[in-house]
Design a protein around this ligand. Structure first.
Ligand SMILES: *[C@@H]1O[C@H](CO)[C@@H](O)[C@H](O)[C@H]1NC(C)=O
Ligand SMILES: *[C@@H]1O[C@H](CO)[C@@H](O)[C@H](O)[C@H]1NC(C)=O
Ligand SMILES: *[C@@H]1O[C@H](CO)[C@@H](O)[C@H](O)[C@H]1NC(C)=O
Length: 249
Protein backbone atom coordinates (compact mmCIF):
# COMPACT_ATOMS: atom_id res chain seq x y z
CA UNK A 1 0.00 0.00 0.00
CA UNK A 2 2.60 2.49 1.04
CA UNK A 3 4.87 1.49 -1.80
CA UNK A 4 2.23 2.19 -4.49
CA UNK A 5 1.42 5.59 -2.98
CA UNK A 6 5.02 6.70 -3.16
CA UNK A 7 5.14 5.60 -6.80
CA UNK A 8 2.16 7.80 -7.62
CA UNK A 9 3.85 10.71 -5.92
CA UNK A 10 7.00 10.16 -7.90
CA UNK A 11 5.06 10.17 -11.18
CA UNK A 12 3.39 13.42 -10.21
CA UNK A 13 6.75 15.03 -9.50
CA UNK A 14 8.20 13.84 -12.80
CA UNK A 15 5.17 15.17 -14.66
CA UNK A 16 5.48 18.57 -13.00
CA UNK A 17 9.16 18.96 -13.63
CA UNK A 18 8.94 17.96 -17.29
CA UNK A 19 6.06 20.40 -17.77
CA UNK A 20 8.25 23.11 -16.30
CA UNK A 21 11.20 22.14 -18.45
CA UNK A 22 9.54 22.66 -21.82
CA UNK A 23 6.99 25.19 -20.62
CA UNK A 24 4.47 24.03 -23.27
CA UNK A 25 1.29 22.73 -21.79
CA UNK A 26 -0.87 24.89 -24.13
CA UNK A 27 -3.03 23.33 -26.82
CA UNK A 28 -0.89 23.38 -30.00
CA UNK A 29 -3.93 24.49 -32.01
CA UNK A 30 -4.71 27.42 -29.73
CA UNK A 31 -4.58 30.83 -31.37
CA UNK A 32 -3.69 29.53 -34.83
CA UNK A 33 -4.77 30.45 -38.32
CA UNK A 34 -4.35 27.58 -40.80
CA UNK A 35 -4.37 28.21 -44.52
CA UNK A 36 -3.69 25.97 -47.51
CA UNK A 37 -2.26 27.85 -50.47
CA UNK A 38 -2.16 26.66 -54.07
CA UNK A 39 0.20 27.57 -56.88
CA UNK A 40 0.05 26.78 -60.59
CA UNK A 41 2.81 27.11 -63.15
CA UNK A 42 2.18 26.69 -66.86
CA UNK A 43 5.10 25.10 -68.69
CA UNK A 44 5.87 24.04 -72.22
CA UNK A 45 6.98 20.38 -72.15
CA UNK A 46 10.58 19.88 -73.29
CA UNK A 47 10.53 16.13 -74.04
CA UNK A 48 8.50 14.36 -76.73
CA UNK A 49 8.01 10.68 -77.43
CA UNK A 50 6.83 9.93 -80.93
CA UNK A 51 5.27 6.47 -81.33
CA UNK A 52 5.55 5.13 -84.85
CA UNK A 53 4.12 1.90 -86.21
CA UNK A 54 5.51 0.10 -89.26
CA UNK A 55 3.00 -2.42 -90.56
CA UNK A 56 3.20 -4.46 -93.78
CA UNK A 57 0.77 -7.04 -95.17
CA UNK A 58 1.91 -9.55 -97.84
CA UNK A 59 0.83 -13.03 -99.00
CA UNK A 60 3.65 -14.66 -97.01
CA UNK A 61 5.02 -13.92 -93.56
CA UNK A 62 8.50 -13.83 -94.99
CA UNK A 63 7.67 -11.17 -97.57
CA UNK A 64 5.76 -9.08 -95.03
CA UNK A 65 8.60 -9.14 -92.50
CA UNK A 66 11.25 -8.49 -95.14
CA UNK A 67 9.44 -5.35 -96.27
CA UNK A 68 8.74 -4.28 -92.66
CA UNK A 69 12.43 -4.67 -91.81
CA UNK A 70 13.44 -2.63 -94.88
CA UNK A 71 11.01 0.14 -94.02
CA UNK A 72 12.09 0.16 -90.37
CA UNK A 73 15.73 0.48 -91.43
CA UNK A 74 14.89 3.37 -93.76
CA UNK A 75 12.95 5.15 -91.02
CA UNK A 76 15.75 4.59 -88.48
CA UNK A 77 18.38 5.88 -90.91
CA UNK A 78 16.30 8.97 -91.68
CA UNK A 79 15.80 9.64 -87.96
CA UNK A 80 19.46 9.13 -87.08
CA UNK A 81 20.41 11.62 -89.80
CA UNK A 82 18.52 14.31 -87.89
CA UNK A 83 20.86 16.60 -86.01
CA UNK A 84 20.59 16.06 -82.28
CA UNK A 85 19.05 12.56 -82.40
CA UNK A 86 21.29 9.72 -81.22
CA UNK A 87 20.74 6.05 -82.19
CA UNK A 88 19.71 5.29 -78.59
CA UNK A 89 16.89 7.84 -78.89
CA UNK A 90 15.16 5.49 -81.33
CA UNK A 91 14.01 2.21 -79.81
CA UNK A 92 11.97 -0.59 -81.31
CA UNK A 93 9.20 -2.48 -79.55
CA UNK A 94 6.35 -4.91 -80.09
CA UNK A 95 7.52 -6.93 -83.04
CA UNK A 96 4.68 -9.14 -84.24
CA UNK A 97 3.63 -11.34 -87.18
CA UNK A 98 0.00 -12.29 -87.56
CA UNK A 99 -1.97 -14.18 -90.18
CA UNK A 100 -5.05 -12.48 -91.60
CA UNK A 101 -8.15 -14.62 -92.03
CA UNK A 102 -11.23 -14.38 -94.14
CA UNK A 103 -14.30 -16.55 -93.71
CA UNK A 104 -15.03 -18.63 -96.76
CA UNK A 105 -18.73 -19.63 -97.13
CA UNK A 106 -17.82 -22.48 -99.55
CA UNK A 107 -15.64 -24.40 -97.14
CA UNK A 108 -17.36 -22.84 -94.07
CA UNK A 109 -13.90 -22.28 -92.73
CA UNK A 110 -11.38 -19.52 -92.10
CA UNK A 111 -8.89 -19.01 -94.89
CA UNK A 112 -5.55 -17.26 -94.54
CA UNK A 113 -5.33 -14.27 -96.89
CA UNK A 114 -1.89 -13.08 -95.90
CA UNK A 115 0.35 -12.02 -93.06
CA UNK A 116 0.88 -8.70 -91.31
CA UNK A 117 4.29 -7.96 -89.86
CA UNK A 118 4.37 -5.03 -87.42
CA UNK A 119 6.93 -3.19 -85.40
CA UNK A 120 6.75 -0.05 -83.26
CA UNK A 121 9.44 2.58 -82.95
CA UNK A 122 9.64 5.12 -80.17
CA UNK A 123 11.59 8.31 -80.80
CA UNK A 124 12.56 10.33 -77.75
CA UNK A 125 13.33 13.99 -78.41
CA UNK A 126 14.96 15.96 -75.60
CA UNK A 127 14.73 19.74 -75.67
CA UNK A 128 11.96 19.48 -78.23
CA UNK A 129 10.33 22.43 -79.97
CA UNK A 130 7.71 22.73 -82.72
CA UNK A 131 10.36 22.68 -85.43
CA UNK A 132 12.31 19.64 -84.22
CA UNK A 133 9.12 17.65 -83.55
CA UNK A 134 7.83 18.40 -87.03
CA UNK A 135 11.22 17.41 -88.49
CA UNK A 136 11.07 13.99 -86.79
CA UNK A 137 7.51 13.33 -87.94
CA UNK A 138 8.29 14.43 -91.49
CA UNK A 139 11.48 12.37 -91.72
CA UNK A 140 9.70 9.24 -90.46
CA UNK A 141 6.70 9.66 -92.71
CA UNK A 142 8.68 10.35 -95.86
CA UNK A 143 11.05 7.40 -95.20
CA UNK A 144 8.33 4.95 -94.20
CA UNK A 145 5.71 5.92 -96.73
CA UNK A 146 2.56 3.83 -96.68
CA UNK A 147 4.11 1.30 -94.31
CA UNK A 148 4.32 3.86 -91.52
CA UNK A 149 1.79 5.44 -89.21
CA UNK A 150 2.31 8.00 -86.44
CA UNK A 151 0.41 6.32 -83.60
CA UNK A 152 0.83 8.91 -80.91
CA UNK A 153 2.92 11.83 -79.67
CA UNK A 154 3.35 12.10 -75.91
CA UNK A 155 4.75 15.26 -74.34
CA UNK A 156 6.60 15.24 -71.03
CA UNK A 157 8.86 17.32 -68.80
CA UNK A 158 12.54 16.61 -68.28
CA UNK A 159 13.47 16.02 -64.60
CA UNK A 160 15.17 19.44 -64.45
CA UNK A 161 12.17 21.29 -65.89
CA UNK A 162 9.76 19.35 -63.67
CA UNK A 163 11.82 20.29 -60.63
CA UNK A 164 12.12 23.98 -61.42
CA UNK A 165 8.42 24.20 -62.29
CA UNK A 166 7.46 22.44 -59.03
CA UNK A 167 9.59 24.89 -57.05
CA UNK A 168 8.02 27.88 -58.80
CA UNK A 169 4.60 26.41 -58.02
CA UNK A 170 5.61 26.07 -54.34
CA UNK A 171 6.65 29.75 -54.22
CA UNK A 172 3.30 30.72 -55.69
CA UNK A 173 1.53 28.48 -53.15
CA UNK A 174 3.29 30.18 -50.22
CA UNK A 175 2.39 33.62 -51.61
CA UNK A 176 -1.19 32.47 -52.03
CA UNK A 177 -1.38 31.20 -48.45
CA UNK A 178 0.08 34.45 -47.10
CA UNK A 179 -2.41 36.55 -49.05
CA UNK A 180 -5.36 34.51 -47.79
CA UNK A 181 -4.04 34.57 -44.21
CA UNK A 182 -3.69 38.36 -44.27
CA UNK A 183 -7.18 38.75 -45.64
CA UNK A 184 -8.67 36.42 -43.04
CA UNK A 185 -6.80 38.06 -40.17
CA UNK A 186 -7.83 41.55 -41.26
CA UNK A 187 -11.46 40.59 -41.67
CA UNK A 188 -11.57 38.68 -38.39
CA UNK A 189 -9.72 41.55 -36.64
CA UNK A 190 -6.88 39.45 -35.29
CA UNK A 191 -3.16 40.04 -35.59
CA UNK A 192 -0.99 37.55 -37.47
CA UNK A 193 1.94 36.40 -35.41
CA UNK A 194 4.90 34.30 -36.49
CA UNK A 195 4.52 31.22 -38.69
CA UNK A 196 4.28 28.06 -36.55
CA UNK A 197 4.44 25.37 -39.21
CA UNK A 198 4.70 24.86 -42.96
CA UNK A 199 3.73 21.59 -44.61
CA UNK A 200 4.78 20.98 -48.21
CA UNK A 201 1.75 19.15 -49.54
CA UNK A 202 1.19 17.46 -52.86
CA UNK A 203 2.84 18.57 -56.05
CA UNK A 204 1.02 17.50 -59.23
CA UNK A 205 3.94 17.31 -61.58
CA UNK A 206 2.34 17.52 -65.00
CA UNK A 207 2.90 13.94 -66.11
CA UNK A 208 3.12 12.67 -69.67
CA UNK A 209 0.28 13.99 -71.82
CA UNK A 210 -0.69 12.59 -75.20
CA UNK A 211 -0.88 15.33 -77.78
CA UNK A 212 -4.49 15.80 -78.79
CA UNK A 213 -5.28 14.35 -82.19
CA UNK A 214 -4.95 17.24 -84.60
CA UNK A 215 -2.02 18.95 -82.84
CA UNK A 216 0.42 16.85 -84.87
CA UNK A 217 -1.97 14.86 -86.96
CA UNK A 218 -2.20 14.35 -90.70
CA UNK A 219 1.53 14.24 -91.36
CA UNK A 220 2.38 15.20 -94.89
CA UNK A 221 4.13 12.43 -96.82
CA UNK A 222 5.23 14.93 -99.45
CA UNK A 223 8.75 15.87 -98.36
CA UNK A 224 8.46 19.44 -99.62
CA UNK A 225 5.75 20.45 -97.15
CA UNK A 226 6.22 20.11 -93.43
CA UNK A 227 3.69 19.05 -90.85
CA UNK A 228 2.61 22.01 -88.71
CA UNK A 229 3.04 21.10 -85.07
CA UNK A 230 1.78 22.99 -82.06
CA UNK A 231 3.22 21.95 -78.71
CA UNK A 232 0.72 22.79 -75.97
CA UNK A 233 1.37 23.63 -72.34
CA UNK A 234 0.93 21.65 -69.15
CA UNK A 235 0.22 22.79 -65.59
CA UNK A 236 2.35 21.94 -62.57
CA UNK A 237 0.57 22.59 -59.27
CA UNK A 238 1.72 22.65 -55.66
CA UNK A 239 0.05 23.26 -52.33
CA UNK A 240 1.33 24.19 -48.87
CA UNK A 241 -0.41 24.28 -45.51
CA UNK A 242 0.79 27.08 -43.22
CA UNK A 243 -0.13 27.78 -39.58
CA UNK A 244 0.24 31.26 -38.12
CA UNK A 245 -0.02 32.21 -34.49
CA UNK A 246 -2.76 34.79 -33.98
CA UNK A 247 -3.66 37.19 -31.20
CA UNK A 248 -6.77 39.24 -30.63
CA UNK A 249 -6.35 42.91 -31.40
C1 LIG B 1 3.55 -2.20 -77.19
O1 LIG B 1 2.43 -2.95 -76.77
C2 LIG B 1 1.95 -2.61 -75.49
C3 LIG B 1 0.83 -3.54 -75.14
O2 LIG B 1 -0.09 -3.66 -76.18
C4 LIG B 1 1.50 -1.15 -75.51
O3 LIG B 1 1.05 -0.76 -74.23
C5 LIG B 1 2.66 -0.26 -75.91
O4 LIG B 1 2.24 1.07 -76.01
C6 LIG B 1 3.21 -0.73 -77.26
N1 LIG B 1 4.38 0.05 -77.60
C7 LIG B 1 4.44 0.81 -78.67
C8 LIG B 1 5.72 1.49 -78.88
O5 LIG B 1 3.51 0.94 -79.44
C1 LIG C 1 14.48 23.84 -82.06
O1 LIG C 1 15.34 22.79 -81.67
C2 LIG C 1 16.40 22.59 -82.59
C3 LIG C 1 17.13 21.33 -82.16
O2 LIG C 1 17.39 21.35 -80.79
C4 LIG C 1 17.28 23.83 -82.63
O3 LIG C 1 18.33 23.62 -83.52
C5 LIG C 1 16.43 25.01 -83.06
O4 LIG C 1 17.20 26.19 -83.00
C6 LIG C 1 15.21 25.16 -82.19
N1 LIG C 1 14.33 26.15 -82.77
C7 LIG C 1 13.75 27.09 -82.06
C8 LIG C 1 12.82 27.98 -82.80
O5 LIG C 1 13.97 27.24 -80.88
C1 LIG D 1 5.54 26.65 -80.97
O1 LIG D 1 5.44 26.10 -79.70
C2 LIG D 1 5.12 27.01 -78.69
C3 LIG D 1 5.25 26.30 -77.40
O2 LIG D 1 6.62 26.14 -77.19
C4 LIG D 1 3.78 27.61 -78.96
O3 LIG D 1 3.39 28.48 -77.91
C5 LIG D 1 3.84 28.33 -80.27
O4 LIG D 1 2.61 28.88 -80.59
C6 LIG D 1 4.31 27.42 -81.37
N1 LIG D 1 4.58 28.18 -82.57
C7 LIG D 1 4.18 27.80 -83.77
C8 LIG D 1 4.55 28.68 -84.89
O5 LIG D 1 3.58 26.78 -83.96
Amino acid sequence: MRRSLSLVLLFALVAMSSGQGTGTTEDPKAGRLSVTGAGNVEVVPDVAKVYLAVSVTRPTANAACQQAADSTTKVRDALEAINGLAPEDVTTENYSVQPNYVYSPDTQDQKITGYTCSQSLVVKIDGVNNTSLAAVIDAAVSAGGNDLQVSQVVMDLSPQLRRSAANQAREAAVDDAAEVAQLLAKTAKVTLGPIKSIVDQNVAPGGPTPMPAGAAAAPVADATTSTPVQIGTTIVTASVAIDWAIANE
